[in-house]
Write a protein that binds this ligand. Structure first.
Ligand code: PSU
Ligand code: MN
Length: 298
């Protein structure tokens, strides 16, 4: 495996200034063009405005790119689902066969950590799917995060999942979790999942002092969606129910499940879920910037 590290990221690594990893599955599979392109650039801009170097990660022709150019982001945005979605376990195949595609939370975390990046911001984690009792479906995100020591800021797991089981799986895999100014596990589009978190932090310095004790697993920091962008729980539950029924009817399985459910909800809600998704990820980037500054002070 050879990492193609961009000039800006190389410079930041050399100077030990804060760097923030960003995933690319939201670009290829999460949002339609041009929103995917616009949000990808906007997230990078938010990081820069906080004096943090953004490193959007993807695999281009079998090479892991840590930090993409605007042109590369545009190409991935335009190609969308025609490109692969690479989880951590896909990486040897992507490298060996010279493939091009985006990286999920699992794939991005793995590569970010290899490059020496300590913080990664995303929207929502993958986890245990609702149908897991009839057909096992647990995202590689969980196992990969349990083996990758870096800080990952998210708004909980995607609410299309069985959240209780997802939180139990985090425990089983031994992944430490912190609530960012909250003691409730956030449910992506809304805040009150009803699941309590054991630990709450109030600032980046606290996260950094936990992060320096990591050895094997990632540290998950859960930042709830900003209040003004939150969707009503009951509305989201109805959308999920419809999406899940449709997925079952069409026999959607494997890697397609998550993108299918999210796209279905986007269409049904006339874009409201996308606005919420963008609001929460912007907020996660800001929190992650604070944490990366705290970490680089250590
Ligand atoms: N956003 C989307 N679609 C996705 C993802 C995000 O709109 O597919 C990705 C995330 O990168 C997350 C992954 O890591 O989905 C989890 O997918 P799976 O359940 O297939 O592991
Ligand atoms: Mn799956």
């Amino acid at each position: 495996m050879k990492l193609e590290i961009s000039q800006a990221v190389k410079e930041a690594l050399r100077q030990k200034t804060p760097i923030l990893a960003l995933e690319s599955t939201i670009i290829t599979h999460g949002l339609p063009y041009p929103q995917n392109y616009e949000i990808a650039l906007e997230l990078e801009e938010i990081a820069r405005s906080h004096s943090v170097t953004p490193a959007t990660i993807a695999i281009l022709q079998g090479r892991a790119h840590i930090g993409l150019t605007t042109k590369e982001i545009k190409e991935l945005s335009l190609e969308g689902k025609k490109k692969y979605k690479f989880s951590a376990y896909d990486l040897p195949i992507a490298f060996g066969l010279g493939l091009t595609g985006s990286t999920t939370v699992a794939g991005t975390s793995f590569l970010a950590e290899k490059a020496g990046i300590k913080v990664f911001a995303t929207g929502g984690l993958g986890g245990v799917h609702k149908e897991h009792l009839t057909r096992m479906d647990i995202s590689n995100d969980i196992k990969a995060l349990s083996e990758t020591p870096l800080v990952v800021v998210s708004s909980g797991a995607k609410c299309i999942l069985d959240l209780e089981s997802t939180v139990e799986a985090l425990e089983t895999f031994g992944i430490p979790t912190l609530g960012w100014k909250t003691n409730i596990f956030p449910a992506f589009y809304y805040n009150d999942s009803g699941i309590k978190l054991n630990y709450q932090v109030e600032n980046g310095d606290q996260v950094a002092s936990v992060a320096k004790e990591l050895n094997k697993s990632a540290l998950l920091v859960f930042n709830p969606v900003p209040k003004e962008a939150e969707l009503p729980k009951i509305y989201v539950e109805t959308l999920i129910e419809e999406a899940s029924n449709e997925a079952k009817k069409l026999g959607i399985t494997g890697k397609e499940v998550t993108p299918f459910l999210l796209n279905f909800m986007r269409q049904k809600s006339k874009g409201r879920t996308v606005e919420t998704n963008c609001a929460l990820i912007r907020s996660n980037v800001r929190v992650a910037c604070e944490i990366s500054h705290s970490l680089s002070k250590l």
